[in-house]
Design a protein around this ligand. Sequence first.
Ligand SMILES: Nc1ncnc2c1ncn2[C@@H]1O[C@H](COP(=O)(O)OP(=O)(O)O)[C@@H](O)[C@H]1O
Ligand SMILES: O=C(O)[C@@H](O)C(=O)COP(=O)(O)O
Length: 426
Amino acid sequence: MAIVLGAIADDFTGATDLANNLVRSGMRCVQVIGVPAEGLALDDVDAVVVALKSRSCPVAEAVEDSLAALDWLQGQGARQIFFKYCSTFDSTDAGNIGPVAEALMDRLGAAQTVMVPAFPINGRTVYQGHLFVGDRLLNESGMQHHPLNPMHDADLVRVLSRQVMRPVGLAARPMLAQGGEATRRHLAALCEQGIGHVICDTLDERDLEVIAEAVVDQPLVTGGSGLGQALPAQYRRRGWLAEVAEPGRLAPAAGGALVLSGSCSRATLGQVAHFLERHPGIALDPLALAEGEAHFQTALAFARERLAGGGPVLVYASADPQRVQAAQAALGTERAGQLVEAALGRLAKAMVEEGVGRLVVAGGETSGAVVSALGIRTLRIGEQIDPGVPWTQAPLADREAPLSLALKSGNFGGPDFFTRAFEVLS
Ligand SMILES: Nc1ncnc2c1ncn2[C@@H]1O[C@H](COP(=O)(O)OP(=O)(O)O)[C@@H](O)[C@H]1O
Ligand SMILES: O=C(O)[C@@H](O)C(=O)COP(=O)(O)O
């Protein structure tokens, strides 16, 4: 059976965030890690989200991987393609959002696409093309210190213009206030003027509904998971979805409880501090990791011992901007990130082999590294912990019980996220 929506997500937490919103809006959704091998059963599935690790890799690689995902999704008969990126528009002047969007447009023969990063329930809104996180402009939100893609400009028309060949336009709030039909006409008029990308203002859920109504027939949409929350109602109006599906029930969770954090985002730093006031944890330092195996082995032994005592336990590389900058100055940005990601991936593999069954991972790139190290290929979406972050379950090759896994985007979740996540599960 053909799927309705095929999504390409540029990181793993982002993929889960989108899949979560699609499921909560009544779509039957599977999240796959990378382009699936032949033989994935897609009966009773309305949407597939392909999770890539293409946010911070070289542009050519991101384009190639995204096009491979597109080809596969088209092979499944997807009526609409959704390119999912971060609600904080994580990218650099080189890309990858713009070049990937344009490559997808070219392959699909789309003259225009919308850019809708907003996720109002998590405080990401766009006004006059400027992205806000809560009451702060993007470039004052903490995202200016992001280790891989510091965001120094909140004007998305300007940010995107630096990444793309086609002209960038705006669908501003007063326009959206006129409703879905008027917005559709506005987009068509911009298209006639040659505007290939349209940044869409979004203050609230109503704006998302208007945008979804205006773009439901476009071959390609792009944005954050907020748009994914609004599209299913439009598919249902078109008669493309049979009925409102209930989110699937996951098997009961079992096994040790571990948190791995490689995110240095403001929200995660607060969550780490909150957790450490209540439970044991150990810090990983990229500079010490660079010196050899001893530091990693110390962390492994610590986690092993505390898990034997009942857990939960935290292993974190999360650090404030000064410490991140010091590590990056000494090692280079890429190597510092890679050392941390490799260590957390190895830790996850070792600890899951030794009986961890409930695993929380903080950070998009970090989640990519951990999921890859564990060899996970598909995720089922379960109960939501906080907006944008559900528990998921993944079958494991050598184990009967699936692994319960929560992939937390850096800036998502309340201060008590790490502790509360396990309470939600039990
Ligand atoms: N102490 C540190 N010094 C330098 N880089 C770090 C440190 N801790 C984590 N990192 C790197 O920072 C990046 C954080 O990105 P990510 O995991 O996507 O988090 P977020 O979801 O907050 O963006 C990762 O590549 C991670 O390995
Ligand atoms: O849209 C979002 O904010 C998230 O879905 C997302 O992509 C998070 O990425 P990270 O902050 O790198 O985890």
